[in-house]
Design a protein around this ligand. Structure first.
Ligand SMILES: [Ca+2]
Ligand SMILES: [Ca+2]
Length: 552
């Protein structure tokens, strides 16, 4: 069956007489297609040659022109006819009626939403509107996502090349059950979490590279962009992440006292000397894997339209679009990662192969991952290239399949959408201003690469913009346009199934929050008024808000 027609028919929202493809399909393929080739530019600590080229063609003085041209190019929903545009505007307006569930709200991931019985596998189903051939691709991708890479040389030629430095041997080790990671418990390794390393720019050239979006940050000169706590036999791991927590008491409006644990991070057992004095540590847990292809299918103009970097509307919220470059040197919107530093699932995945597992792919072809020039033993370790298969450790189609898998994990259906407590909580969510950042709904682009992701009404509860979240959540690390206090609004779909899927309820970028209440109480900066509103609620109202989140 033609996947396009299938997706139209099974979507409740889309009227079946509508054409699914836009006659003017011109722009998104460039963004999604070219950006697909994007490279983990930070690994080498230098701009990729293609990006440097793009810059020398244009000259650094034109970067503002380039940003302006990008904004003009994506000023409106060019994928929609005038009539469609009106319809989309109407359906994505925030609701005013909290007496009943909204139409199609239950199918929060559009036609691909998984309606399977809730279980530990709730995040592991494929989008329900994939074609049969695509289901097969998804399954192959799943096997590669779970595959344990081994060190070279090995008898299993197609599976070696691990490291030499690495954090885990498989994607699945961190994204267990396609769910979220958690901080290490006790002295165990930081399996589903790691530290990103980055230092401030120290020369004019380095500052210019940041301003021109050629790099998102400057890695530590010795340890690179990430601390790997594991290494292949014969090589020393870089060191270990240490966390210590300090309790802080917060008294809520209803008199309850909540203990928040404030983490501090350090590294121990550094095997290659000290870190650069300006290097900062940014802890990150692995986010859940659902709905990523749909996020990728949101039209760029939707991000630009909700951005308000100078807070022109005076609501205290100044979301900023994360701009990054793709491999061709073109600007693209950063959507993935806790600081929205990656434009595509493919780039994020190639970066994970390189930095987290130490496996080269056609997009990030160096075989020794995050080894730096200051780690010559690491550079000298054998690699896992098998010439008969290709010239990287994971030659095509490994990255294609893993990317396809990562793009097509279905968002689970909502539960209890018309429960009166959930509806009351939903109203509180809107009244407190949570929805100002956690934007409920979008209709994805008709130009999305995969027909299954086109023109879907989706409910990720995020504007995917960067927000200053205050000192409490700050990591002090700049990544692209995100400064040390800024984070991407975390999407909330599926959040109520965290315990079911992952067996824990650790939230936020470093898993410091032990439940949803703590996660909200950590909000500061632009979200301070919303947080204070929450803290002042009567017990029944805060319980209703939590019930709403649990139904997502
Ligand atoms: Ca390798
Ligand atoms: Ca490293």
């Amino acid at each position: 069956m033609d996947p396009a027609s299938k997706s139209v028919r099974s979507s409740g929202w889309v009227c079946s007489t509508m054409p699914t493809t836009n006659p003017h399909r011109s722009r998104l393929p460039r963004l999604a297609g070219a950006a697909i080739l994007a490279l983990g530019a930070t690994f080498a600590g230098k701009p990729h040659p293609a990006q440097a080229d793009a810059l020398s063609r244009q000259g650094p003085s034109s970067v503002q022109d380039e940003v302006d041209a990008f904004a003009r190019e994506w000023a409106s929903r060019d994928d929609l006819s005038g009539k469609d545009r009106k319809r989309v505007e109407a359906v994505t307006q925030p609701t005013q009626d909290f007496s009943k569930a909204e139409n199609f709200e239950i199918m929060q991931g559009g036609a691909g939403t998984s309606t399977k019985i809730v279980s530990r596998d709730a995040f592991s189903h494929f989008n329900q509107n994939l074609s049969f051939e695509e289901e097969e691709q998804f399954k192959l991708g799943n096997a590669l996502f779970r595959k344990l890479w081994v060190s070279s040389p090995a008898s299993t030629k197609a599976s070696d090349g691990l490291g030499p430095l690495f954090n885990a041997r498989a994607c699945q080790s961190c994204h267990l059950k396609d769910g979220r990671g958690h901080p290490p418990e006790g002295d165990t390794d930081a399996t589903s979490m790691f530290l990103r390393l980055s230092r401030t720019a120290s020369t004019d050239q380095e500052r210019a590279d940041l301003e021109n979006f050629l790099l998102s940050n400057h890695p530590d000169p010795t340890y690179g962009g990430q601390l790997q706590d594991l290494a292949v036999p014969g090589l020393k791991a870089e060191g270990h992440m240490r966390i210590s927590y300090e309790d802080e008491e917060v008294r809520l409006g209803d008199g309850t006292v909540v203990q928040l644990r404030k983490p501090s991070y350090s590294v121990s057992d550094l095997a290659y000397g000290s870190l650069h004095p300006d290097t900062t540590l940014s802890p990150r847990i692995a986010p859940p894997m659902i709905g990523m292809g749909l996020i990728q299918a949101i039209h760029p103009s939707d991000f630009l339209a909700s951005a308000d970097p100078d807070d022109a509307d005076g609501n205290g919220i100044s979301g900023e679009v994360s701009l990054v470059r793709d491999l061709d040197g073109n600007l693209a919107i950063g959507r993935f990662g806790w600081k929205a530093q990656n434009p595509t699932v493919r780039k994020q995945s190639a970066g994970a192969f390189a930095g987290d597992i130490g496996i080269s792919t056609p997009d990030v072809p160096n075989h020794n991952g995050d080894c730096t020039q200051a780690q010559p033993d690491c550079l000298d370790m054998p690699n896992g290239v098998e010439a008969s298969l290709g010239d990287t450790e994971a030659p095509d189609p490994v990255l294609d399949l893993v990317t396809f898998y990562s793009e097509n994990l279905a968002v689970p259906a909502r539960r209890d959408v018309d429960d009166p407590t959930v509806l009351a909580g939903k109203k509180i969510f809107h009244d407190l201003g949570c929805a100002d950042c956690h934007r409920p709904k979008y209709v994805t682009s008709r130009d999305a690469e995969n027909p299954a992701h086109r023109f879907q009404l989706i409910w990720p509860y995020s504007d995917f913009l960067l927000h200053d979240m205050g000192e409490g959540l700050a990591d002090g690390q700049r990544v692209g346009l995100a400064d040390g206090q800024e984070w991407r609004t975390a999407p909330l779909w599926g959040i109520g199934l965290t315990e079911t899927v992952s067996g824990h309820t650790f939230f936020l970028h470093d898993g410091r929050a032990r439940n949803l209440t703590e996660a909200i109480l950590w909000h500061g900066g632009e979200a301070q008024p919303a947080r204070d509103g929450f803290a002042a609620l009567e017990a029944a109202d805060s319980q209703a808000l939590i019930s709403f989140l649990d139904s997502l």
